[in-house]
Design a protein around this ligand. Structure first.
Ligand code: F6R
Length: 606
């Protein structure tokens, strides 16, 4: 979703800004723009990719100060006029903004009545006009006073033609990081656009404002109160990933899963003790034993991983556990029990809905730990404690390797919790063994993925596809349907197999493709009955099942066998054919699989 880069230094600003935008491309956007210091400010914007902006910005003036933005439309269509930066009437103040200004209707009406002519449909454009209204020669004071009128979320960078020596930056609910280099300072919404210049960074906190100069950064509260500077060194893998010979990032990331699951397990499974260790949780066995319920919070794929994790926790640790969709949970005035542990699950660590849910739990005195991939991300820092997935950068918009790593991390926690309760040493050793062998099973399937092409033929022109699963396979069915919608735009839905007869069965007709996830687990026999109900309606079954399960295979039009694995770990292998199915269907239908329409990798608005 929207990305911000700002630069003040000694180098030509334009290449730095464009490279920064390129590094933020993975977040998803629909237009881009740049403003450089000049008399007046020099502005170029373009609909489409950063490469379109590069073309539009060919004849840029020499400047060592500028700001740039990638926009993901919220207020107003995808047009050049709506792209950021936005300027005041005299083109002397430029603003880039992430977030949403909630009182923009009232502010636009007021500014219009004062004679301002708006040139875009965006909420952001109120900012340069408001800053102009309060500007009396002091840029910081003008931004501070303008922001006092704003309700909503923002991360902003403001460039003044009259003040070539600084940028003014402010944050409320939308992340910003300032990288302090030698004679140059870079501001961005994501460390990804900073690390190639410096690893010395200052993360702005909510309701903070920063004055950024070539010499560094000075931070204060929005009320002007001084704030101690906290310069951190960021670690973590921020290299721009390459496709390693694969035609798309999504396929590369699917095939990376043996390695990413292994990285998530490394040093954390204690086979002899039948135990796991998640140091980042900072919990003693006594702390773990005191937990009476678990709530996994996330969105999209992360929510599905949370569902699978919650089921494993209930099954093995016998602790009541559930998964919650962050956007619903946070606005429901949730009950936060003192004996509950909340887990915020997120690949990007920047998802606004998940962050909002965390803040709601924290405000009510609850404990939230992060299950996060991106090191140093807002969610990781807001939680303070938790587990990193170590999946490496996930670039394709559709999440794949993060899902298997999230499930893996939650299974490690499950083992820790279970062993502080009733799980015996031998049973703990079995669970530890099942986890330790998961990367090989993932690799085994990916080396021989079965007739995915034949399954694609069944679904590519379908009007409707139904995904079914029971128990641990229901979140997998949901995840398979989500992937197919996201990257192939094929209409589909997922249901618990036993619930099919209560409605969706009406959708079945001759030839309807139905994807049944039926590994060899306690639910298998019931799931076979559901498959027979599907078959009796003339629908075509694509079955994901355990190798050697001839009964399930015999009911399927296309059979996709996966290696045998313990039931609680089955999502780690049953999801793989569904990821490949979505990918190959997307390719067959000519979709942009790495950057599907309308989607963003990092969903930083509510
Ligand atoms: C699915 C997908 C989204 C994300 C969701 C949460 O392929 O990418 O549904 O899973 O937006 O994102 P994170 O995990 O970054 O919080």
């Amino acid at each position: 979703m929207c990305g911000i880069v700002g630069y003040i230094g000694v180098k030509p600003a334009l290449p730095v800004l464009l490279e920064g935008l390129r590094r933020l491309e993975y977040r998803g956007y629909d237009s881009a723009g740049v403003a450089l210091l000049g008399e007046p400010l020099w502005l170029r914007r373009a609909v489409g990719r950063v490469s379109d902006l590069v073309q539009a910005a060919r004849e840029a003036p020499e400047a060592t100060v500028g700001i740039a933005h990638t926009r993901w439309a919220t207020h107003g269509g995808v047009t050049e006029a709506n792209a950021h930066p936005h300027l005041d009437a005299a083109s002397r103040i430029a603003v880039v903004h992430n977030g949403i200004i909630e009182n923009m209707t009232a502010l636009r009406a007021q500014l219009t009545s004062e004679g301002v002519a708006f040139r875009s449909e965006t909420d952001t454009e109120v900012l340069p006009h408001l800053v102009r209204r309060h500007y009396e020669g002091d840029p910081v004071d003008a931004v501070q006073r303008a922001l006092a009128h704003i309700r909503g979320t923002y991360g902003i960078v403001v460039l003044f033609a009259d003040h070539p020596e600084l940028l003014v930056v402010a944050r409320n609910g939308s992340p910003l990081v300032v990288g302090v280099g030698e004679g140059e300072t870079v501001v961005a919404s994501d460390p990804q656009a900073v690390v190639q210049h410096t690893r010395r960074v200052v993360y702005l906190q909510d309701r903070e404002l920063a004055v950024v100069t070539r010499a560094g950064v000075e931070v204060r509260g929005l009320d002007g109160a001084p704030v101690d500077l906290n310069v951190e060194l960021i670690d973590g893998d921020y290299d721009v990933a390459n496709r390693e010979g694969f035609p798309h990032f999504m396929l590369k990331e699917i095939h990376e899963q043996p390695r990413s699951v292994r990285r998530c397990l490394r040093g954390r499974v204690q086979s002899e003790d039948g135990m796991a260790k998640l140091g980042g949780f900072q919990m003693t066995p006594r702390d773990l034993a005191a937990i009476q319920r678990i709530v996994c919070i996330g969105c999209g794929t992360s929510y599905h991983a949370g569902m699978a994790g919650a089921m494993a926790i209930e099954a093995l640790a016998r602790i009541p556990a559930r998964a919650e969709i962050a956007s619903e949970f946070r606005h429901r005035h949730p009950i936060v029990m003192r004996d509950a542990l909340f887990l915020a699950i997120s690949q990007s660590g920047e998802t606004a809905d998940t962050l909002g849910a965390i803040q709601e739990v924290q405000l009510k005195g609850g404990e939230v730990l992060g299950v996060v991939n991106v090191v140093g991300s807002t969610i990781a820092r807001t939680c303070g404690r938790g587990v990193y997935l170590h999946s490496g950068p996930e670039v394709a918009v559709a999440s794949t390797k993060a899902f298997t790593s999230q499930v893996t991390a939650l299974l490690l926690l499950t083992l820790m919790l279970a062993r502080t309760r009733d799980l015996s040493l031998p049973r703990g050793q079995e669970v530890a063994e099942a986890l330790a062998s998961a990367p090989e099973k993932v690799a085994h399937y990916l080396a021989n993925p079965g007739p995915v092409d034949a399954a694609v033929e069944l679904i590519r022109d379908a009007r409707y596809v139904l995904f079914l699963g029971r128990g641990f396979s229901f979140p997998v069915a949901l995840e398979g349907a989500l992937k197919l919608k996201e990257v192939a735009y094929v209409p589909c839905e997922a249901y618990p197999a036993g619930e099919m007869k209560h409605g969706p069965i009406a959708m079945l007709e001759q030839g309807t493709p139905v994807v049944c996830v039926v590994p060899q687990d306690a639910q298998r026999d019931k799931a076979i009955s559901n498959m027979r109900e599907v078959q009796a309606r003339g629908a075509h079954i694509i079955a994901v099942h355990t190798e050697g399960d001839d009964e399930v295979a015999s009911l399927a039009t296309v059979s996709l066998p996966v290696p045998p694995i313990a039931d609680f770990a089955s999502p780690l292998v049953t999801v793989l054919p569904l990821q490949l199915l979505a990918y190959q269907a997307g390719i067959a239908l000519g979709r942009d699989v790495d950057k599907p329409r309308n989607l963003a990798k990092s969903v930083t608005v509510e």
